[in-house]
Ligand binder design. Structure first.
Ligand code: ADQ
Length: 460
């Protein structure tokens, strides 16, 4: 009889009915096993409040740990989002090394491990999500946990050289080797992770491709994440949503949807749209870019800077190109209801995903799922988004090349129907193959079989 599933993630849904692809997939997996989901509480800790608070219980339990304001600053904004996030997204210039960041990051992981250790049985499966919890398995092992522990990294695996930016670079491989399975988004990420182990004298490669690291064995595989494809397509088709979008969106609509993050390549996207406007014939149909980008992590300086930069570019371009009855860039700073978003995707003739680095990028998949297959729009997709590995029939662009992106926008608008249909069908197939339910079940079944825990396989 297999044990329960225990999930650890930074965010945890607090409402009764979780929504959003990843959340629903995890929720479904947990319901099947009567497990436990643990994440950070949105409210700061009160005095002495360092345990787990139950926030929901039906067929499984959701519990949250509280962060003090100091922990939030040093662990979440600090080590997670001012060291690991820029490091993994190729922005080592933005990495801020502060001793207190690393100390607090390790202390929070140690505390979460202590809160969890007694609740994990030997036959349970533990699924840890993302860069907030890299050392968690190591801490759990120190407390005697022998259950299988898997890790999924939602963001890019950093290149080997970038790891030297960390205060203690050797820890990274040691942290990962305490898991039984390390899941990554793409084959490229897997190659970089294996390169890290290959260059580490403490690691040995086994015949079956697993890595022996000191007294542990870890498997490294890619599990490209996706969306709830059919549910999202249905949302986009809903006639009431289409009717609700009655406002004039311009003759040609390009859409962009991102958290306001420097990794998403937004300034270059705006500049490319400006270059496209510069080049268009005076009698060409008017085109608008609708950019939905709610700010995040605004207490980190780099996030405030990107917001200011974008507002300047949008203001300049609108000043240069607007007419009395037309504003070419509409820039919305808040989150949009998912049903409205699905309707907007369906209405847009093109979608711009221009990340400079991105683990996967679910917006690319949502846009494709939302299209009318008979008359689909065109996805313009950065080569540096994980999604580009399998969505090769999108219009792939280099997000550093403004001219190439401007040309891609014109190509998308001029593309013959037959070509649009063929490209869309190929992209949709890729989206279906990575549906989020498949992603979750593939990860968990691999975790249960990837390496017999504590086994020592034959050496090569
Ligand atoms: P994110 O960096 O958050 O995720 P992404 O994959 O694009 O990036 O997911 C964003 C999600 O938020 C999408 O579902 C999108 O619809 C939604 N969203 C964004 N802006 C919104 C808005 N204004 N209103 C409503 N919804 C909005 C991280 C990694 C990615 C990886 C995912 C999942 O950085 O590379 O794909 O995790 O693993």
């Amino acid at each position: 009889m297999p044990g329960k599933l225990v999930v650890v993630s930074n965010r945890i849904p607090t409402g009764a009915a979780p929504s959003g692809g990843l959340v629903v997939a995890v929720h479904d997996a947990l319901r099947g096993s009567g497990g436990l989901w643990v994440g950070a509480h949105p409210d700061p800790a009160g005095p002495g409040d360092d345990g787990l608070t139950e926030i929901a219980r039906d067929s499984y339990t959701r519990c949250a740990f509280h962060l003090t304001e100091e922990e939030y600053d040093n662990y979440y904004l600090g080590f997670a989002n001012s060291v690991l996030w820029p490091l993994c997204h190729g922005r080592t210039d933005l990495v801020e090394i502060e001793r207190r960041y690393e100390e607090t990051y390790l202390a929070v992981n140690r505390r979460v491990a202590r809160l969890l250790a007694d609740r994990i049985g030997d036959d349970d499966q533990v699924w840890v999500h993302d860069y907030h919890f890299l050392p968690l398995a190591q801490e759990l092992r120190r407390l005697g946990v022998v259950a299988r522990i898997g890790f999924f990294l939602h963001i890019p695996f950093p290149p080997l050289g970038a790891l030297s930016t960390l205060p203690t670079p050797d820890d990274f491989a040691a942290w990962l080797s305490a898991f039984d399975l390390v899941g990554l988004q793409t084959r490229g990420d897997t190659a970089r992770c294996l390169e890290m182990f290959r260059s580490d004298p403490r690691a040995e490669f086994m015949r079956d491709g697993t890595v022996k690291f000191r007294d542990r064995v870890v498997a490294v595989r890619s599990f490209p994440i996706g969306i709830e494809t059919d549910a999202f397509a249905e949302l986009a088709r809903a006639p009431e949503e289409q009717a609700a979008l009655g406002a004039d969106m311009g003759e040609k609509l390009v859409i962009g949807v991102d958290r306001l993050d420097y990794s998403k390549g937004l300034p270059n996207r705006f500049r490319a749209f400006g270059a496209f406007l510069d080049d268009r014939a005076p009698d060409a149909p008017r085109a608008s870019l609708l950019q939905i980008a709610p700010p995040t992590r605004e207490r980190v300086a780099a996030y405030r800077a990107i917001r200011t930069e974008l507002e300047e570019i949008a203001g300049r371009l609108n000043g240069a190109h607007s007419e009395l009855d037309w504003t070419p860039i509409r820039y919305i700073h808040h989150a949009v209801d998912r049903a409205v978003l699905a309707g907007l995707y369906r209405r847009a003739g093109a979608c711009l995903v221009t990340s400079l680095a991105d683990g996967m990028n679910l917006v690319a998949k949502e846009y494709v799922a939302a299209q009318d297959p008979e008359d689909p729009g065109v996805l313009i997709l950065s080569r540096f988004a994980g999604a580009a590995e399998d969505m090769t029939e999108a219009l792939l662009v280099n997000p550093y090349d403004i001219g190439e992106m401007a040309t891609a926008i014109a190509t998308a608008f001029d593309m013959p129907l037959e070509e649009r249909r063929a490209r869309h069908a190929a992209c949709l197939e890729a989206v279906r193959e990575t549906d989020v339910s498949v992603w979750a079940s593939n990860f968990l079944s691999c975790l249960s079989t990837c390496v017999p825990t504590m086994r020592m396989p034959e050496r090569r």
